[in-house]
Design a protein around this ligand. Sequence first.
Ligand code: BTN
Length: 244
Amino acid sequence: MSKPIFGQRIIHLESVDSTNNYAAKVFKSGQAPPGTVILADIQNNGRGQREKTWQSDAFQNLTFSLTADIKLWKINSLIDLNRLIAISLFRFFKQLNLSPKIKWPNDIMISDKKICGILIENYFRDGSPKTIIGIGINVNQKTFDVPRATSLIKETRKQIAPRDLLDKYIHVLNDTFLSLPIHDSERIHNEYDQLLWKLETPHQFKGVHGNSFEGLIQGTSLTGELKVYNGTNITNYRNGEVSY
Ligand code: BTN
């Protein structure tokens, strides 16, 4: 087995504003090589996609960030990296005997509810992207301020120590990066598309202007847009252009 990519270095903080902010700081200053994991028991200002907050009760869940360098790892694009991370999380929940799906672009759903969110942020150094991958997994929290949320304890009735869960995930993550041809965009794209939530299933969508319509997800485009068939034609939506 080749050397694992992630988790050679783990920084465990009790409390931080956001592990993504902390990871960016230590990555930029050279203190965290690519593949470092930064985990916090308490996040005071966890951030979600599109400027939303990520609420997570202290010590109950898994909130962590990974540092990544696609150029170093010869991954073709940031979209491939996004997809690889979503696939690794799919495999992780599957190993826990659950039935996960990937809600485009990269939420993980179980029983039609969100159990895990991913916030990927990039900055550029010497023309090449450096990436912070933030992952929030609901573990032992039972109630949520947002609708359509779930946690491992709600799905399995079992309490699990978040730190043990992180070790399991890092194992699956390394396995995913070593077992999938990570330089083969087409393979990654195909695998990702097959795991999509509501793939080829009639579902209600809402456009940016509040217009509702029924459609069928056909997969994603080469550049990562969601392809939706509305009975007449297929439209490609970018992140934020459609909700469902
Ligand atoms: C989303 O679904 O909106 C993305 C949520 C991402 C939350 C994680 S928790 C660890 C990392 N640090 C943050 O501030 N956000 C991400």
